[in-house]
Design a protein around this ligand. Structure first.
Ligand code: PLP
Length: 459
């Protein structure tokens, strides 16, 4: 008996094709989506993988690079997802491949809490230098965004000796038990998975498209009043917020909202945690989205874009807060794995050397131009928003402004069929988000936008 499935002619993989930027950068379909090899793999997936692990597109990948994902049937798809804002530097970026290849031949693991290695320290030094604020900082490394969020909360509670934590409407912070509690949306992230952790409270956000035009200051005052009346600042360890909400719908709060919350937190000795897991690393046209409003969070949580696709996450922040935990209170077997650290160092260097924040701003110009033109011709596009290469449209019933989730799903599905990887999000499921790798060409951006325009017109 073999441990792997016998390969059938339908599932045997075509000759190896390497990813990276040399992959031909054009959309090309050679079968229907999904093709026969993907269909066969999808059937094996259904029989072998737990049902709760969903997939947005029914295609299986062979190689990826630049702005293209090549599937196992030979179809070249435009990547408007970056694996959810992970491959900012591109898939199989040569510098990342080189760094990981060198590291994998040296050692793969020691457990940093048994014997250290330079890569971990160097990643910490880089994050301490690059995150907002020039105060003294420390970093701890973990594996996933959710794990880092959990640790940020642990650290804030230990430092303040308080317990309550405030998260916001439409927030997404992960799917572990503590982070499910912080995440706002029930279906699919929380439903049936409780009970959730205690001492988590929710405050209203600034959502300019849907809150009747509250200013940032007004929306912050509303949140602060609710926090003071329902929780009490003296009981509050931390506020956690995404500077631009990701899964919640790419919601950019009104100007002044984040600074007012950060000021209030500072005045009340509440730890202000920016969850930059999706917004971090050049994605929004700055290294971190907190910079757009000049806020300096006490703790910054990073993951997704940090290591070119290898699993790594971090909590970086004020040295007094980060150092408050006793030795052994933070860590884990794999946190700051040497391969992930090597990848992160190459990835971070590439964000800086290639000015990928500047590239994100150019991508914004192309995406906004295309999406505003679509909006001008179609009043079902209620809003175009976001920053940098993190842009979204919100689809509505134009007569009522009600969210149109069915239209959103139809557009995404039609785009998939034409070879564009397009993701939806939003509390109401009516937001289409554009998160291309920062290495995508303008030609692919324009081609993908044309597909979206056609898909919307036909839906
Ligand atoms: C994806 C995400 C997380 C969770 O990260 P995982 O690596 O999936 O655990 C947390 N916060 C935000 C803002 C995210 O986008």
């Amino acid at each position: 008996m073999t441990l792997t499935e016998p390969s059938t002619s339908a599932t045997s993989t075509p000759p190896p094709q390497l990813g990276g930027p040399t992959l031909p950068q054009r959309r090309e379909l050679v079968t229907a989506i999904p093709g026969p090899r993907s269909i066969a793999l999808q059937q094996r997936k259904s029989a072998a993988v737990a049902n709760g692990v969903g997939v947005a597109l029914p295609v299986f990948v062979q190689a990826a690079g630049g702005g293209i994902v090549l599937d196992v049937d030979g179809n070249s798809l435009i990547d408007f997802g970056s694996g959810i804002a992970v491959t900012g530097v591109g898939n199989s970026a040569p510098a990342v491949v080189d760094a990981v290849t060198r590291q994998v031949a040296q050692f793969t693991h020691t457990c940093f809490s048994i014997t250290g290695y330079e890569g971990y320290v160097e990643v910490a030094e880089s994050l301490n230098r690059l995150t907002p604020g020039d105060h003294e900082k420390r970093t701890a490394l973990f594996n996933s965004g959710a794990e880092a969020v959990e640790n940020a909360i642990k650290i804030a509670r230990h430092f303040t000796r308080r317990q309550a934590v405030v998260a916001f409407d439409h927030a997404y912070h992960g799917r572990t038990n503590l982070t499910m509690g912080l995440t706002a949306k029930s279906m699919p992230y929380k439903s049936g998975f409780g009970p959730f952790a205690p001492e988590i409270y929710r405050a209203p956000l600034s959502y300019p498209f849907r809150d009747g035009g509250l200013s940032g200051a007004e929306a912050a005052a509303r949140a602060i009043t609710q926090i003071e009346k329902q929780i009490g600042a003296a009981n509050l360890a931390a506020l956690i917020i995404e500077p631009i909400q990701g899964e919640g719908g790419f919601i950019v709060p009104a100007d002044g909202f984040l600074p007012a919350l950060a000021d209030w937190a500072r005045a009340n000795d509440v730890v202000f945690i920016a969850d930059e897991v999706q917004t971090g690393f050049a994605r929004t046209g700055a290294m971190f989205a907190s910079e757009h409003e000049g806020i300096v969070p006490d703790l910054v949580v990073t993951a997704k874009g940090i290591a070119g696709g290898l699993p790594l996450s971090a909590v970086t922040g004020r040295a007094d807060i980060m150092d408050s935990s006793h030795v052994g209170g933070l860590g884990g077997t794999y946190g700051g794995n040497p391969l992930a650290c090597a990848a992160a160092l190459a990835t971070i260097q590439s964000y800086l050397d290639d000015d990928l924040a500047g590239r994100a701003r150019e991508i914004e110009t192309v995406l906004r131009g295309g999406l505003n033109a679509i909006r001008a011709a179609d009043d079902r596009v209620g809003d175009v928003r976001g920053r940098g290469a993190m842009i979204a449209i919100e689809l509505v019933d134009p007569s009522t402004g009600e969210p149109d989730a069915a239209l959103t799903a139809a557009v995404a599905h039609a785009a998939h069929a034409e070879g564009v990887i397009l993701l939806t999000c939003g509390t109401y499921g009516n937001v289409i988000r554009f998160l291309p790798p920062l290495t995508i060409s303008d030609d692919l951006l324009r081609d993908g936008l044309a597909v979206v325009r056609k898909a919307l017109a036909a839906s």
